[in-house]
Design a protein around this ligand. Structure first.
Ligand code: SUG
Length: 417
């Protein structure tokens, strides 16, 4: 079977809540303290997977992590019962749902040894995300255990922040052709932290055995980070030969485009001018966090969040795009509002892996029947709502544990317990 792009979505975990943990992520900060709806959140995520599956796109998933993370709390000398308010929300966070931050992936045609390489992200900048890596590594080692096809690397040292595929793009004539990989790092972010370190990006490129001639390192613009684009995938996305980016995505816009055109002359650039869509609206609508996908008939489509349709400047621009002669011809809208309220759009929820599905552990691959099964578990076990004070309720941890165990059982993945 040829190499195809498989989107692995993070199943939204039963502890999904709004704790305002991510400085620099405007949605997370402004929704702090709201009551969350984990059951609705997970069903929205499953509906998105089903939507894309019905478009004919291969779909996989990753599992929610154990929360509260008692192993992490133990390293900090405490546990869920005694954790201080400064640590408790971080231990309960369902942030592993945003699978675009799980790892960076270099498909087999790009690497020196002809295998698909994945490096788990260390996510060191945010406390609540910094303890995802061990479980992500365990899941990826299981899903991509075929050592002839994959190499799964542990995170790079946490000295240098690495946030995975959200700061990585790939251009290629087709998914199974050799590509050009673009690593986007930050230098300055105004009042906000820079989450992707250049040294981490360069380390990942070396570990993956990428051809230096076909690997680019681009600095994200300070203006974008300062406006709330805490990851590059909030202001730019690539697919096939297309780069879809905001005019203010990169610090040295002309330099990045020129370098790209040199190594990838087929580049088709779809740039959104700030005059048409200001950065602020691009970020609040998550225009660039749509999934830019190639449909089975070869046409390109964007799978966008409802918020993009609700933002007049963004929707007007998109309708003109789809009606024009450009490469992006179709627009689909999905409802992932529960995740969006924490700054996670359609593209944040998925990790793209180009692979032969026959080499992936089938337990991580989705079909309609399996999604029905997962939805059944969610309906039965996911809390309907979580208010901030509920994180201190002693009944919550056993409930979360039971919910996760039921999911692992339904997917024959008790090995991850
Ligand atoms: O890391 N939000 C995530 C959103 C990640 C989005 N991912 C991509 N852009 N690829 C983050 O900032 C909020 C959690 C809270 O506040 O409770 C959060 O972690």
């Amino acid at each position: 079977m040829p190499l195809v792009e498989i989107n692995f979505d993070g199943i939204i975990g039963p502890s999904h809540n709004y704790a305002g943990l991510s400085l620099g992520n405007v949605a997370s900060a402004s929704n702090k303290g709201l009551v969350s709806h984990p059951r609705a959140a997970a069903l929205q995520g499953l509906a998105k997977m089903r939507h894309n599956l019905r478009l004919g796109l291969p779909q996989g998933f990753l599992l929610p992590h154990r929360r509260p993370d008692e192993a992490w709390l133990a390293e900090l000398g405490t546990d869920a019962a005694a954790a201080p308010p400064s640590l408790r929300p971080a231990a309960f966070s369902a942030s592993a749902m945003w699978a675009a931050n799980a790892a960076t992936v270099s498909p087999a045609p790009d690497t020196a040894d002809g295998r698909c390489h994945l490096t788990v992200a260390n996510l060191r900048t945010m406390a609540h995300r910094s303890h995802e890596a061990p479980e992500t590594l365990a899941q990826l080692r299981l899903a991509f255990a075929d050592a002839a096809a994959f190499a799964v690397h542990p995170p790079v040292p946490a000295t240098f922040g690495d946030e995975g595929a959200a700061n990585h793009m790939r251009l290629a004539a087709a998914h199974d052709s050799p590509g050009v990989e673009i690593f986007v790092y930050g230098h300055r972010g105004g009042a906000y932290p820079v989450r992707q370190h250049e040294e981490a990006s360069r380390a990942v490129a070396r570990l993956h055995g990428l051809d230096p001639e076909r690997t680019l390192f681009a600095c994200q613009s300070e203006a974008a980070i300062a406006a709330g684009a805490f990851h590059n995938d909030v202001v730019a996305v690539a697919n096939g030969h297309v780069l879809f980016a905001h005019e203010q995505a990169f610090e040295d816009r002309a330099g990045v485009y020129a370098a790209l055109r040199r190594v990838f002359p087929e580049l088709e650039l779809v740039e959104v001018p700030a005059a048409a869509v200001p950065l602020k609206e691009a970020i609040s609508s998550y225009l660039f966090n749509g999934q830019l996908v190639t449909l089975p008939d070869g046409a390109m489509a964007l799978v966008l969040p409802e918020e993009a349709r609700e933002t007049p400047s963004v929707w007007a621009w998109l309708e003109a795009l789809a009606a024009g002669n450009g490469p992006i011809r179709r627009l689909f809208v999905v409802d992932v509002r529960q995740s969006m309220a924490n700054g996670g759009g359609p593209a944040c929820l998925r990790l793209r892996v180009v692979a032969d599905p026959g080499t992936v552990d089938p337990r991580f691959l989705a079909d309609e029947a399996k999604l029905d099964r997962v939805a059944g578990v969610v309906e039965r076990h996911w809390p309907e709502r979580i208010a901030p004070a509920d994180l201190a309720d002693p009944d919550l941890p056993p409930r979360l544990e039971g919910a996760r165990a039921a999911l692992l059982d339904a997917l024959d993945l008790a090995a991850l317990a």
